[in-house]
Design a protein around this ligand. Sequence first.
Ligand SMILES: [Zn+2]
Ligand SMILES: [Zn+2]
Length: 413
Amino acid sequence: MIVDSKQYNGLCACGRTHTMTTEWCILEAGALTHCDEHIASHGLGGFAVAIYDENTYAATDGRHPHADVEIVLPPEGLHADEHGVGLALPQIPDGCDYLIAVGAGTVHDITRYCAYELGVPFVSCPTAASVDGFCSSVAAMTWDGFKKTFTAVAPRIVVADLEIIARAPMRLTRSGFGDMIGKYIALAEWRMGRALTGEYLCPTIHDMTMDATNDVLSSAEGIVRGELAAYEKLTYGLLMSGLAMQLLGFSRCASGAEHHISHLIEMQPEPLGLCSDALHGEKVGVGTLLAVREYYRLTDGERPRFIDYPAVSDGEIVAAFGDRLSPSILAENKSDCAAAIIAELLDERWGALCDIVRTIPTEAVLLEKYRLLGLCSTLSDIGVSEDRTDDLLTFSPLVRDRLTLMRLRRAMR
Ligand SMILES: [Zn+2]
Ligand SMILES: [Zn+2]
């Protein structure tokens, strides 16, 4: 399968002009064996540096793209942080013309960051269908102990070898599935934003992400059977999610309440006692189920009583997030996206919001797929105590100033 940006760039029916930096993607069994041709035919040449970790170097044995320098990072304790960048960046010689990332999320984020620092393009060779960040234009890094999103660069081209991806550890594949299933929440919330406030929504970007998510949901059986076609659907979905974010210019189509739950856990706020060693997509998968359950509970039962959206108090943030995290959370909530939502509006549009919730696959439908794949489905599965559920639902919306039904719970009694 080929994805060509020419299909997507340009003036859209939504009235805006969309562009993506990623020019071309190929998803194919054996694609890495032709990587050099793909690179050359897309105008990249000169001094190449490829970045691997030891696992992905071994996994792609015999299919290494040509590079003048190969950097193979030790996988133990390798994270997208200043340590990981510090291992890679000094090994890249002056005069490097382009980078090649051969690996999963961490190798990509490190490479993406280096490419941005050096002002050179990079080629993405994902070795596992583990996250939707391959085509992202931002790098999710931990810097000085803080999770930060850095401006970085999206890959110029993507060469996804489905044989390599299908042989990756199953846990990585499951994690990619979890990251992708979260789009059901994000997309529903985007439509809720439009229904409530007239928020801009691009139907083309919305629908292409939705189609990709539906395909991923239906790929679970094939993934269990090891079918390349199912891995292709999953990988395509993860790439499309990143490309959709490039086209849109922000992450509304790819990240909502489920990601906020995952981010809150990743931030490890001391007062809430949250932390987890789970992979990103495992946390997003659990966050998705928590959001689905809560959204159906809110909309299926007795109609809530609405109040005007109450401002988030500084004291509440400090109590939940502690001294280390509060400054950034206070800044994030300074101009609250829900500040203008009054009881009357919620009352009037509640029916429309309930209809949108009913388009999200139910918990039972999702759980069946999770169990088939063996994907984490409960907080205990990701090492978080079940009695943290209320805290997660209450405080996770505060990590990001984005209009979600989870944030609007504050206006419901
Ligand atoms: Zn559009
Ligand atoms: Zn994600």
